[in-house]
Design a binder for this molecule. Structure first.
Ligand code: SAM
Length: 216
């Protein structure tokens, strides 16, 4: 893990628990604006995307809650948290008894946050090599993806890959609060969760996020 990223993360976040998953401790931004202002220069210098890893997104919280509430989904299985951000769902899977919990991320600062967060929860989370969307194989029993429908090109690429993985036998479970690029077909609803959230981030104080599995 880059020490520089680790230092930046610990300086600008606090260890806290997401409202829907008090079992998980994460380095989270307490307020959005100070982190954004502090990080602008740092992110630019290091050519990094916005700090998604500093927030427990409502989709990820619903998915993590589902994993903690239905541990049989992951117990003894090889699990991937795709687009892991803070690593919240990979940590939930490890706490729920996954044989291995892996996280996929393309943001190097998120990878550092995942390492810090896994350590804060006393669990092992490994990092998947490269961009998993480009991999021809699918070495996981269960793929989890929280809040991945916020940009069209990403959502299209992710759903094509998740459908491919589902066809090869992986159980694919994702969660979303109704973002713009959530597909209208090929999903079966598993559970709904009402998740408290920040007015600054979501423009409201709570959102319903739905957990789905990929079908067809
Ligand atoms: C809205 S955040 C969701 C984070 C987490 N799942 C949650 O719900 O809290 C989306 C994350 O997707 C990551 N991402 C985007 N494209 C990706 C890709 N091809 N592979 C892995 N991660 C990706 C971004 O870096 C970002 O951290």
């Amino acid at each position: 893990m880059s020490t520089e990223f680790g230092t930046f993360i610990t300086a600008h976040t606090e260890l806290a628990t997401p409202p829907a998953c008090p079992e998980v401790r994460l380095h989270l931004a307490t307020e959005i604006t100070p982190l954004w202002l502090a990080s602008e220069e740092f992110l630019h210098q290091h050519n990094l995307p916005p700090p998604y890893w500093a927030f427990a997104w409502v989709g990820g919280q619903a998915l993590s809650r589902y994993v903690l509430d239905t541990p049989d989904l992951v117990r003894g299985r090889r699990v991937l948290d795709f687009a892991a951000g803070s690593g919240m769902t990979a940590i939930a899977a490890a706490l729920a008894g996954a044989a291995t919990a892996e996280a996929a991320e393309i943001d190097p600062a998120a990878l550092a946050a995942i390492g810090l967060n896994a350590r804060a929860n006393g669990v092992r989370v490994t990092i998947a090599d490269g961009n998993v969307l480009d991999r021809p194989d699918c070495p996981w029993d269960v793929i989890l993806a929280g809040d991945v429908c916020y940009e069209r090109p990403m959502a299209e690429a992710v759903f094509a890959w998740m459908r491919r993985c589902a066809r090869t036998g992986a159980r694919v479970v994702m969660a979303d609060p109704g973002r713009a690029y959530l597909p209208k077909t090929g999903l079966m609803r598993l559970a709904d969760y009402e998740i408290p959230c920040s007015l600054d981030l979501e423009d409201r104080t709570s959102r319903t996020a739905t957990v789905y599995t990929i079908v067809g």
